[in-house]
Design a protein around this ligand. Structure first.
Ligand SMILES: Cc1cc2nc3c(=O)[nH]c(=O)nc-3n(C[C@H](O)[C@H](O)[C@H](O)COP(=O)(O)OP(=O)(O)OC[C@H]3O[C@@H](n4cnc5c(N)ncnc54)[C@H](O)[C@@H]3O)c2cc1C
Length: 511
């Protein structure tokens, strides 16, 4: 890149990389982005076949205000790029005894649902939500929305009371167990940590902000699916003149004198820039893109990784009105299934799973009268113990059998198209270490200052954004990560004195 403007190379067009690229370009940087896939969004991408469309990974949009803020930060209105609708009811849980619980933001209906399962629970639920609100507000302002440069900063006297206020010292399951006595409600109010790929028995109770935000702020859906988010960010990047290069894989970060000065592509071409932004998932990138003689991170081998997903994407020839937009099916042994997935690295005997059926709300997801179903079975990250060619068909059969028991007996016969993704595929197609869906786990010892920073301590002008660095995983959180990283670039990057920021280029009619 030869220019008098400050220049950045971004590796990866996930939500983190695209957000970073559009923000830097909006500030006047010359930005070149290399993405090894042909399409934007990374994990937040989409699959299409025979007129059916499925989200690849994320299906649940929480905290839409973060998306609004992100677009506003580059002078855009979110609604000009995405049409959001609220899902109500939020989802239905089917327990192993075949009772169901429909979670809704409508309090009268919610009271009926909760009282049916555990009489007297609604009042406690309201208190649980009130606590969740504190955890949500405090943690967004004091923990998720900021970067921790050191442990000392995290444990500063001004911060410690907030650590206890949000309950970062107790697990979510312990917290929920104090509120609800029926095991089904304990499960229903704690499984949400699996949105981050972490067991509720390991995740800090601050994550009761998840059930709170679902109920209070709502579960949202962008028309066209979550894959539209990547496309919307790509559009802004183009308007901001980001040089987007899809199908371009980075082999390594080029270092000179202890600083990142560019990247070498798989075909050997070297592209130079003032700073390098890495959005490829951190543990994979630290191992594969950085010269291990300069900076290696053996501690990454000892870190806890999130679960993976065995995925089924089904196009079916009729509409399944028995399903809501979001459906959760719990297996027999709730607690044991987390030990299986996270400690013993085996697939639970009776796995829990999630089914997404977006075409009911959004006809663009399937041909008329047909359904596009997405099944996510949480499973361990890759391990020598599991051969997915053997295990996959067994898991698929168990899902079909359970759905048949629940009134969908003809599903297999109705299939017209099927795509399958295993943990091995997540590892090889998305460059995710151990095929771990959500990157490094967000347990008590891997959040805040215990999580990798958005810059590299050993290599100058090398920055990171995405799921495995601070503040953490999930689409909105990754947008925050990009924001924190762009601020860190402003403070930490060093340049030859001749370089300046170009005046802001107005784009897309926005001043
Ligand atoms: C199955 C599943 C379900 C999920 N559900 C939800 C949900 O409901 N809600 C939610 O908010 N979050 C959910 N998540 C989490 C969310 O998808 C991620 O946290 C987020 O999308 C990560 O974005 P990212 O930018 O950090 O990384 P990625 O999306 O992984 O993007 C990194 C990009 O870098 C590219 N790349 C890697 N190596 C190279 C290289 N060498 N050269 C060039 N490019 C490279 C990759 O191809 C990829 O496009 C889910 C994730 C999965 C997998």
């Amino acid at each position: 890149m030869t220019s008098t403007r400050r220049s950045a190379i971004v590796i990866g067009a996930g939500v983190g990389g695209l957000t970073a690229a559009m923000k830097l370009a909006h500030q006047g940087w010359s930005v070149e982005l290399h993405e090894r896939l042909k399409v934007p969004g990374g994990r937040c991408g989409r699959i299409e076949a025979d007129g059916f469309r499925w989200d690849l990974g994320p299906t649940i949009m929480l905290m839409p205000f973060i998306f609004e803020r992100t677009f506003a930060s580059v002078g855009r209105k979110l609604s000009d790029y995405l049409t959001l609708v609220r899902c109500d009811p939020n989802y239905r849980i089917t327990f192993r005894d075949d009772t169901t619980l429909t979670l809704t933001s409508e309090l009268t209906r919610m009271r009926e649902e909760l009282e049916r399962v555990e009489p007297g629970s609604f009042e406690r639920y309201l208190r649980f939500l009130a606590k969740g609100q504190v955890q949500h507000d405090v943690s967004l302002e004091r923990f998720v929305g900021r970067h921790f440069d050191s442990l000392a900063q995290f444990l500063a006297p001004s911060n410690v009371p907030d650590i206890f206020r949000v309950g970062a010292h107790r697990t979510l399951f312990e917290h929920v167990k104090r509120v609800f006595s029926d095991p089904r409600l304990q499960q229903a109010m704690s499984f949400q940590t699996m949105y981050l790929g972490v067991s509720p028995y390991e995740a800090p109770s601050v994550f009761s902000l998840l059930p709170y935000t679902e109920l209070a702020v709502g579960v949202w859906y962008p028309m066209g699916g979550m894959g539209e988010i990547g496309r919307a960010l790509e559009k802004v990047c183009r308007e901001e003149q980001v040089d987007l290069r899809f199908g371009s894989s980075v082999k390594r970060v080029v270092l000179e004198g202890g600083r990142a000065v560019g990247v070498e592509l798989d075909d050997g071409e070297v592209r130079r820039a003032d700073v390098v932004v890495c959005n490829a998932d951190y543990p994979w990138a630290a191992k594969h893109l950085i010269d291990q003689n300069v900076s290696s991170h053996p501690e990454l081998e000892k870190r806890r990784y999130t679960s993976s997903g065995y995925m089924l994407y089904w196009g079916v020839k009729r509409r399944y009105d028995e399903l809501l937009h979001h459906n959760v099916f719990f297996g027999r042994d709730f607690k044991g299934s987390f030990s299986d997935i996270f400690d013993d690295l085996k697939v639970p005997e009776d796995p829990s799973f999630y089914v997404n059926a977006p075409a009911h709300l959004d006809p663009s997801m399937a041909p008329a009268g047909k359904d596009a179903l997405y099944v996510l079975v949480p499973v361990p990250h890759t391990t020598d113990k599991i051969d997915w060619k053997v295990e996959g068909p067994k898991v698929r059969a168990k899902v079909l059998a359970r759905l048949a028991e629940r009134g969908l007996p003809d599903l297999e016969k109705d299939l017209v198209v099927e795509r399958i993704i295993t943990p091995d595929d997540w590892a090889s197609q998305l460059n995710l270490e151990r095929g771990s869906n959500f990157g490094l786990a967000q347990n008590m010892f891997q959040i805040g200052p215990f999580r990798p920073k958005v810059w590299d301590d050993r290599i100058g002008n090398l920055f990171y954004c995405g799921a495995s660095v601070q503040p953490g995983t999930g689409v909105p959180t990754v947008m925050i990560s990009a924001d924190l990283m762009v601020k860190a670039i402003e403070q930490r990057a060093t340049f030859p004195s001749s370089l300046a920021l170009a005046p802001r280029v107005a784009a897309g009619g926005v001043a």
